[in-house]
Ligand binder design. Structure first.
Ligand SMILES: Nc1ncnc2c1ncn2[C@@H]1O[C@H](COP(=O)(O)OP(=O)(O)OP(=O)(O)O)[C@@H](O)[C@H]1O
Length: 399
């Protein structure tokens, strides 16, 4: 326990990675990575395939060595490029995509094994294991062998075995990857609830933003072995630092539009010759002489509003329909409740409840003609673009 500024005692972080690098066959697969997981916190490591998620988990568990940096667990240094504590001596538990359950052991002995390794007598360990299985609602599996279990039952047993071991941090590597979609969401929600109840911290690797948002207190977005952004699920969804982060953290459409800081909390944006003030902000400074890239999440857009677009497709998803509109400067995905109401090709009006200006890509050159005003949609009687029409912000939010 460390005293903080107020003098109160607090637990050290469960995990600290400082400048961590890992090489695989001479290539850096994790680079200069800083990450802290506080005691009791669940952090999702969200990234595409080959981002380095598994490699980082393996480095924390002691299964691969570091080329740079250091790793601390619960206030103790456990690895740097020169030395590393052996995996079995690290206070971590890990659940892989496919847990190999010992085929010769009954479920109860599988879960009791880590408890016995901590010096508990066999009968007490079995009683504790049964309690854990019952806690997960799978006590009836106690006498079965792995070959008699369904995929989801194997996952519950793997999870019970993981939580049976006392640890400072649990590491999860895509634990629901093998489950059918309808089982996955329930499994993730229950896993997160059980994990929270233990009070142990967790680092949870996934490529699925919905899974990351379901389980985690904070999300660390990993790409190319580097962390691009760390924040709460709501923060990385609403205010992604880059377009790459935006795309990894949810459905993202982008409109190039002229933007300036609005008078209040918002941006003045011009799409298709219509100027409107929309709530939102920017990930960096707004470009002065070229169109900005505006991020639009489907739930930030609505049909009916000041702008015009052509319906390219409507995708019915049960509770809602996603309308893809071709708009001046890009395309917008609009989410509306209920079944599709409009035919492809129809011209629809749309508006924004919110938007978020993304920073220009490093080294990106302005598109040809991008220094001119984006006034492409509405033409005046003489064929020239009509002057932009200003729409007050109050008109943009449907009742
Ligand atoms: N032991 C290994 N064998 C083969 N490749 C490895 C190994 N360790 C790391 N790599 C390489 O490191 C990079 C990162 O891989 P890693 O498995 O950590 O990514 P990931 O984000 O977990 O991807 P996935 O979601 O596909 O599992 C890849 O390019 C991979 O080829």
């Amino acid at each position: 326990m460390f005293p903080d500024r107020t003098g109160a005692r607090r637990l050290p972080p469960a995990l600290v990675c400082r400048g961590v690098g890992v090489l695989h066959r001479g290539t850096a697969v994790v680079r200069d990575l800083d990450l802290t997981v506080e005691a009791g916190e669940i952090v999702a490591l969200l990234g595409p395939s080959r981002a380095g998620k598994s490699t980082l988990l393996h480095a924390v568990a002691g299964l691969v060595g570091l080329s740079t940096g250091e790793i601390w667990l619960a206030g103790r240094p456990v690895a740097n490029p020169q030395v590393g504590l052996a995996p079995e001596r690290r206070p971590v538990g890990m659940m892989f995509q496919d847990d190999a359950l010992w085929p010769h052991l009954e479920v109860i002995d599988t879960v009791a094994h880590p408890i016995r390794r901590e010096g508990v007598r066999p009968e007490s360990a079995r009683a504790e294991a049964l309690q854990l299985l019952e806690w997960f609602g799978v006590g009836h599996l106690a006498g079965r062998r792995p070959t008699d279990l369904s995929v989801v039952e194997r996952r519950w047993v793997g999870l019970a075995r993981l939580l049976a071991r006392s640890a400072e941090i649990h590491l999860y590597d895509e634990p629901s990857a093998q489950l059918d979609t309808h089982l996955r969401v329930r499994f993730q929600a229950q896993l997160a609830a059980r994990q929270r109840a233990t009070g142990t911290a967790a680092l949870y690797a996934t490529h699925d933003y919905a899974e990351a948002f379901t389980v985690a207190d904070r999300v660390a977005v990993l790409s190319g072995g580097r962390i691009s952004q760390v924040g709460t699920p709501a923060a990385v969804y609403a205010e992604p630092a880059t377009l790459a982060v935006a795309r990894l953290t949810g459905p993202a459409s982008v409109v190039r539009a002229r933007v300036s800081a609005g008078s209040g909390d918002g941006l003045d944006i011009e799409v298709g010759g219509v100027l409107a003030c929309v709530p939102g902000g920017a990930a960096g400074p707004l470009p002065r002489d070229e169109p900005a890239r505006l991020l639009v999440r489907p739930d930030w857009a609505h049909l009916g509003g000041p702008f015009q677009g052509r319906l390219r497709s409507a995708c019915y998803l049960g509770p809602h329909t996603d309308y893809l509109l071709e708009v001046p400067g890009g395309e917008v995905l609009v989410r509306e409740p209920g079944p599709p109401l409009h035919p492809s090709g129809a011209t629809l009006s749309w508006g924004l409840r919110r938007t978020w200006a993304l920073p220009a890509e490093a080294g990106a050159t302005p598109e040809p003609g991008s220094a001119k005003p984006v006034v492409t949609g509405l033409l005046g009687g003489d064929g020239r673009p009509a002057p932009a029409t200003r729409v007050p912000p109050t008109d943009l939010t449907p009742a």
